[in-house]
Design a protein. Structure first.
Length: 202
C-alpha cells in the first residue's frame, strides 16, 4: 500500500518518526512525498496517489479496459483545464473542461490499485472524437473489439456523452456505422440509436 507524507505524519506523528521507520525498513520512501509498506509498489498505485483528481483516458483507458494489447508508453491522464501542468515524464496530461471531467468517470481495480477511469461508453466517444489522431491499425483494433461487445454498451448513455461533447454530429454518424455493420449487434440497438438521434435533433 502507498501513503502520502500527510498519511505518514498521521500514523507516525512526526517527520523524525517517519525517517526512523524508513531506516528500520518498516516504511519505504518511493519518491518525494510517496511512501509504501512495500519496497517495490506498483507504479500505477504511485501515480494514482500523486494525482487523485486525474482520470485515466485514451491509450491508458483502452488498455485497462482490455480493448487493445498495446501497452502505453505513458500514463494518459485527463485533468481540469485549470489544473497545474504535471511535470512528470511518465504522464501525458490532457486538459478538459470542468463540466465534462466527471462524465463517465468510474473506479476500477487494476492489480490492487483503485484508479479513476472513464467507462467504456465515454471511451467509445473519445475514440471516435480522436480518430484522426490515432494510428489507423490501433484505431481499427479497438473498433473491432468494441464491435464484439456492442450489445453490452449502453447506447443511450453513449448518445448523452456525444451530445455533451464536441464533434457531436461527426461522432454520432460514426457510431451509427459501427453499430449497423456489427454482425453481433441486435436489431433493437440499431433502432434505439436511430430513435435517440432523431430525438436529439428535435
Amino acid at each position: 500500500m502507498v501513503f502520502s507524507y500527510e498519511d505518514c505524519i498521521q500514523k507516525y506523528g512526526s517527520d523524525y518518526q517517519i525517517k526512523k521507520a524508513v531506516s528500520c525498513k518498516k516504511l519505504y520512501k518511493i519518491e518525494k512525498g510517496v511512501y509504501s509498506d512495500k519496497q517495490y509498489p506498483s507504479e500505477l498505485s504511485v501515480i494514482t496517489l500523486k494525482y487523485p483528481k486525474a482520470v485515466f483516458t485514451m491509450e491508458s483507458a483502452f488498455y485497462y479496459h482490455d480493448l487493445t494489447d498495446v501497452i502505453p508508453e505513458e500514463y494518459f491522464l485527463l485533468t481540469s483545464k485549470h489544473s497545474s501542468k504535471i511535470r512528470d515524464t511518465r504522464i501525458k496530461q490532457i486538459y478538459d473542461s470542468c463540466s465534462s471531467l466527471d462524465m463517465g468517470k468510474t473506479v476500477i481495480d487494476i492489480n490492487g490499485a483503485q484508479i479513476n477511469i472513464y467507462n467504456k461508453e465515454r471511451m467509445l466517444v473519445e475514440l471516435l472524437r480522436n480518430k484522426n489522431k490515432l494510428p489507423f491499425d490501433y484505431y481499427k483494433e479497438i473498433i473491432l473489439n468494441y464491435r464484439k461487445i456492442i450489445n453490452t454498451i449502453d447506447i443511450a448513455l453513449v448518445m448523452d456523452y456525444i451530445y455533451a461533447l464536441p464533434k457531436a454530429e461527426f461522432v454520432s454518424d460514426a457510431l451509427h456505422k459501427i453499430i449497423t455493420f456489427s454482425k453481433l449487434c441486435q436489431p433493437i440497438y440499431i433502432h434505439r440509436l436511430s430513435c435517440i438521434c432523431v430525438k436529439k435533433l428535435l
